[in-house]
Design a protein around this ligand. Structure first.
Ligand SMILES: Cc1cc2nc3c(=O)[nH]c(=O)nc-3n(C[C@H](O)[C@H](O)[C@H](O)COP(=O)(O)OP(=O)(O)OC[C@H]3O[C@@H](n4cnc5c(N)ncnc54)[C@H](O)[C@@H]3O)c2cc1C
Length: 425
């Protein structure tokens, strides 16, 4: 009997023929050999149908052990969640070099879509991957080496099911993060200075206000000051998620109130500080459900592109209560990395679950097209292989590797047909 699978946001669903949950690479090989068409899935944190299939869905969540540690190179099973990986690494005096803003994703899922954090000197998580094992379309577990790794690191689940990943870690470190409201007119003109002057800089800009909540993080040797459980619950659940949830619910009920609600939110923002182990500071709790689109553009256009998005919202009176997120990362060389070959700014737009988003996202996408924007592989967009190929200089090299690993297209689903232009069997 088929089951229904849904993503975290609850807006992508499919009914796979069956869901397999292998517990080891050996099991995984058996699953792949026994299926005609299949799709790997992590923790379903993508906003697209990237993992959807009506074939066999392969959930690798049970494959979550640390396999070996060789200096800073740590090999783990592909289904380990970033949260658990953070704790495992910390217990060995190690850490991931950089992370995104939540840690519920699996490592395989995160790297497959080029998941990133922020920091002008730091590249996407996948850039630290130095080895992988993949069960390919022939059902063989192979070590991925040489240039193939540049395809597999951001592989979209198109080469096979990743069973193990070796990540080059760094010595454990602490971060001091200061969140504070600032005038956007203070932030955008000096964006480069702000990004380059600290380890990690990020801004959440509230539409209909000229206010940004900036998150500024520095690596530090100072003693950690972890929050108590009560403080964490109050700040994360009540202040951040509670206030955002309430404001979003009001906005959904009465869209005309959104500008006033946003102005009130901007006044309520205050300075907070975290000082703790890196993996605990990077990750935030997200309980308010939403959908999202995010574009990677050359960093030098970030301020202009963001101003255009804000102007669009005001000109069309779009009902957008969620802040726009701005981050920056260093270039890397994975064939399909959204930050391939260029210092990159990421601009993300969100919409509260159940509210109309398409007109907004399409209009933002047209702005990002002007900057050769590359959409996040795990977030909504309306591009196709025809529009994407010219934005990736090594597109053909990726396709060549994909054909070798999966010549019969057993891992192809509607999503891959659309974004890679490859056919299912
Ligand atoms: C609340 C929230 C916050 C987020 N924050 C960030 C952020 O800060 N930065 C950012 O860049 N993104 C962010 N994202 C997006 C998210 O990181 C990506 O969509 C990521 O791919 C999700 O990982 P997952 O484990 O849930 O994978 P899934 O969404 O389940 O799968 C993603 C892709 O990976 C493939 N895949 C999964 N497992 C395997 C495997 N074992 N082998 C081969 N392919 C596999 C799937 O087929 C699919 O194509 C966020 C998403 C949410 C919902």
């Amino acid at each position: 009997m088929s089951q229904i699978w849904t993503n975290w946001a609850g807006d992508q669903r499919c009914s796979p023929e069956r869901i397999e949950r292998p517990g080891s690479e050996e099991d995984l090989v058996r699953v792949v050999r026994g299926a005609r068409r299949l799709r790997p899935v992590g923790s379903g944190h993508s906003f697209t149908d990237a993992a959807c299939t009506d074939g066999v869905l392969v959930d690798v969540a049970r494959m979550c052990r640390v396999l070996s540690v060789d200096g800073a190179d740590v090999t783990v099973e592909a289904g380990i969640r970033l949260r658990d990986l953070g704790e495992e690494l910390a217990s060995r005096g190690l850490a991931l070099e950089n992370q995104g803003d939540v840690d519920m994703q699996t490592l395989a899922g995160a790297i497959s879509t080029a998941t990133h954090g922020t920091g002008g000197r730091f590249a996407n998580i996948s850039s630290r991957v130095v080895g992988m094992r993949v069960v390919n379309g022939a059902g063989e577990a192979v070590d991925v080496g040489g240039d193939d790794l540049r395809a597999a690191r951001v592989g979209l689940g198109a080469l096979g099911v990743v069973s193990a990943i070796t990540v080059r870690c760094v010595p454990a470190f602490r971060i001091r993060r200061i969140d504070e409201p600032r005038s956007l007119d203070d932030v955008l003109p000096r964006l480069d200075e702000l990004v380059d002057g600290v380890d990690h800089f990020e801004a959440f800009v509230l539409p209909y206000t000229r206010t940004a909540l900036t998150l500024t993080s520095e690596r530090t040797d100072r003693e950690p000051r972890p929050r108590s459980r009560a403080q964490a619950i109050f700040q994360d659940l009540v202040v951040e998620n509670g206030v955002l949830g309430l404001a979003s619910a009001i906005g959904k009920l009465r869209p005309a109130l959104i500008p006033a609600v946003n102005r009130l939110l901007a006044r309520l923002m205050s300075r907070t500080e975290h000082l703790d182990a890196s993996h605990r500071v990077y990750a935030n709790e997200r309980h308010v459900r939403f959908t999202e689109m995010e574009y990677a553009i050359p960093r030098e256009h970030a301020a202009e592109a963001l101003e255009r998005v804000l102007a669009l919202i005001e000109r069309r009176s779009l009902p957008v209560g969620f802040p726009i997120e701005l981050r920056a990362v260093a270039p890397d060389d994975a064939y399909l990395s959204t930050a391939y070959g260029r210092p990159t700014a990421y601009i993300a737009v969100h919409q509260y679950r159940g509210m109309e988003f398409e007109a907004y996202f399409r209009a933002v996408e047209r702005i990002m097209d002007d900057y050769e924007g590359r959409p996040h592989w795990g977030k909504r967009h309306y591009q196709s292989s025809h529009t994407l190929a010219p934005r990736y200089p090594e597109w053909e090299r990726f396709q060549e590797v994909r054909r070798r690993y999966d010549p019969e297209g057993r891992f192809v689903n509607d999503y891959l047909e659309r974004v890679l232009g490859v056919g299912a069997p």
